[in-house]
Design a protein around this ligand. Sequence first.
Ligand code: NAP
Length: 300
Amino acid sequence: MSALEPASDMWLAPAILGHSQVVGVMGWPVGHSVSPPMHNAAFRALRLPWCYVPLPVRPTHVAEALLGARALGFRGLNVTVPHKQAICALVNELSPAAKAIGAVNTVVFEGERILGHNTDAQGFLRALRDAGFEPEGCAALVLGAGGAARATVYALGSVGAQVTILNRTASRAHELACEFGQLWPTARYTGDGLNAATLQRHAPRVQLVVNTTPLGMWPHPEATPWPEEIPFPAGAFCYDLIYNPRQTRLMGLAHAAGARTADGLGMLVHQGAEAFELWTGQKAPVDVMYAACTAILGGK
Ligand code: NAP
């Protein structure tokens, strides 16, 4: 077995030594996170003396926890719900993506300096390409206008896409389209409500449909943002950010129409790979990370 093959000891933590480097994920709650096994599998595979720990932090303790992690010599952090926005105001420097998206999901400690990054956008693009879809200049329909939508809409703008954002609260879609339209001159953005009429109107012209709403996520897999009576465009690629379950009802509908589909696990793995590379300076073993997540979430 090569060092990069997923090991049968997937569940073991890396050996913790006196000189081990520590990173972790800060959220509330974090018990459901697959990031600790995913990153620890990667550290083990590359024989790196690093370990990754879950850090349940209440919203009232975010600043203390961030400074505490720096004081304790942590090399970095992942930040998840509900702290991604609050962290922005607490770091010394924001990457351009973190600044535009308004959320930090990865922190790097460089001596006394705290750097805030957002790897969700790159993770999303890497996942699309991995799944065989080249997003450059595509016509995309993004369902939802919340936190995850901001990362995907930013990412699609960076590759000159024409993005239509449909959201239950139409005003949020309009605001997002307006905000990002000023950022990327080569991209085009429009916003509208999410309903049968707008889906029917926009569907025929799109090459990519991205679900960023939680509709279809466990424990409500019966939910879908796309009513069955609206034909899914057969030539479009369907990317659902949900990864639990691995096959959503929306993906089933798209698949039945002949469209290609991918679930959100690719984005989860690739945002983690980007964070891993920021912390360690080494190329992340994406296959190992993917296998660690699949061992927990199941295959498709
Ligand atoms: P969020 O900020 O709360 O945004 C949720 C969005 O979904 C809003 O636009 C909201 O519309 C819409 N929505 C919620 N319930 C709805 C309903 N019943 N009908 C229609 N629209 C509804 O959440 P988020 O952080 O963006 O996360 C959204 C999803 O993305 C979650 O499933 C999360 O697990 C997933 N995600 C995946 C990854 C990954 O790596 N794969 C990364 C991040 C997030 P309104 O504006 O009208 O409220």
